[in-house]
Design a protein around this ligand. Structure first.
Ligand SMILES: [Fe+2]
Length: 267
């Protein structure tokens, strides 16, 4: 079932998104204080950027409406546009959370492609860039960020935004330090898990066995009624319940690691 059918970007009323979520899942998940925006690159920001349009990345704004503080998840492509959405909602950016090092999530250069991201964000807003310790060296390799720009975390650390705690869930496999963010019974999953499928493991640092364990062990702690918000719009819907995803997504079908590796592992 679809949870958030659409977000309309910087021109929309912030309350519209909240109302859609609350209408489906009740105020316990999306109360008046919880600020959450799902923003599609190429549509809600970075409009007209052909790479953003083709890559269909999601960025997120998460925060506390009462303190008017928020963080951005995976700033890439048009960082001014992302900041503009937060500002239009009356929110102040206090940090950036990076799911993993690929430039379509944090900016930088890879395979000759240059994408704006966290480094450009710091030219406008001086905020910490939160990464998993296992990802730090990879982030430094592809971006223009310096060591001091990073807030390096261990698995399970919590980033507090006002009264909103965001748990950093280390889910290696797509990359060594991939992380998901668990907040208010929402899982922002980056490229670890999509509504259909999961992140590839054939890029530098990928590890199919680690991804299998992340999906079937680490993320098994996420309740069925949590809402999954992925890093790309690869499905018609832009979010879904974890329980429905586990029931439908092919990556949860294999009954053993060996079977999983045969279906989703290298060659
Ligand atoms: Fe990725």
């Amino acid at each position: 079932m679809a949870v958030v059918s659409d977000t309309t970007g910087s021109t929309s009323e912030a309350g519209e998104d909240r109302a859609r979520c609350a209408g489906t899942h009740g105020p316990s998940t999306f109360d008046d204080r919880f600020y959450f925006r799902q923003l599609l690159a190429g549509r809600d920001f970075a409009v007209g950027d052909p790479v953003a349009t083709q890559m269909v990345n999601f960025s997120y704004l998460i925060g506390d409406r009462d303190t008017a503080e928020c963080v951005v998840v995976d700033p890439a492509y048009g960082v001014r546009g992302l900041l503009g959405v937060a500002e239009a909602d009356g929110m102040r950016l206090v940090g950036a959370l990076v799911t993993h090092y690929h430039p379509d999530h944090c900016g930088g250069t890879m395979m000759g492609m240059r994408i704006e991201g966290a480094a450009e964000l710091l030219e406008i807003a001086q905020v910490p860039i939160h990464v998993q310790s296992a990802e730090a060296e990879w982030v430094l390799k592809v971006t223009d960020l310096a060591v001091d720009d990073l807030a390096v975390h261990d698995p399970g650390d919590v980033v507090q935004v006002g009264t909103v705690p965001i748990e950093l869930v280390h889910t290696p496999g797509h990359t060594p330090g991939s992380q998901c963010f668990y907040v208010n019974n929402c899982l922002v999953s980056g490229d670890t898990l999509f509504l259909d499928g999961c992140g590839r493991t054939d890029l530098p640092g990928g590890d199919p066995e680690a991804l299998y364990r992340s999906l079937t062990e680490t993320l098994s702690r996420v309740p069925d009624d949590a809402i999954l918000f992925p890093g790309h719009q690869y499905s018609v819907e832009s979010s879904d319940l974890m329980g429905d995803t586990r029931a439908r997504n092919m990556v949860f079908k294999p009954r053993s690691a060996e079977q999983w590796l045969r279906m989703f592992g290298p060659g």
